[in-house]
Design a protein around this ligand. Structure first.
Ligand SMILES: [Fe+2]
Length: 132
């Protein structure tokens, strides 16, 4: 039986355009502060953003060290991909696959991101958040 977890692909984001890239100010987070996290797809190699081929959504989770279950921080849906009444790729309006979320935590942990390409499926990445 196939398992959903087996559908998530990953790679080095510098060489694979589908991998969500998690950016935040590392090494300076203090508990109680608000941490701003940006997640984007195509940071190194731009992903196509057309009616036929685009990133549909990004989700972000945080798993505190020692926790069993993650907390969902955000989900961004990208809903403009050039489509219009004139046809595919005619609107000139395209949502960029990039989103930001801010959150607080008192524990170190792992930030996870997942993204979905309508042609190439599910992708994931993670970054460790260390509290000084
Ligand atoms: Fe793709």
């Amino acid at each position: 039986m196939a398992e959903m977890k087996d559908l998530f692909q990953t790679a080095d984001w510098k060489a694979e355009k589908h991998v969500p890239v998690i950016d935040f100010q590392e090494g300076s987070y203090v508990p109680g502060d608000t941490l701003s996290v940006n997640v984007s797809v195509g940071k190194s190699i731009p992903h196509p953003n057309t009616t036929a081929h685009h990133i549909r959504w990004i989700e972000v989770y945080f798993l505190p060290d020692g926790a069993k279950f993650p907390f969902q921080l955000a989900r961004a849906e990208f809903t403009a991909h050039g489509e219009s009444v004139e046809g595919a790729d005619m609107s000139t309006t395209y949502t960029a696959p990039s989103m930001s979320v801010s959150f607080k935590t008192s524990k170190s942990g792992t930030i996870f991101a997942s993204a979905y390409c309508n042609i190439h499926g599910l992708w994931q990445s993670s970054q460790t958040l260390k509290i000084a």
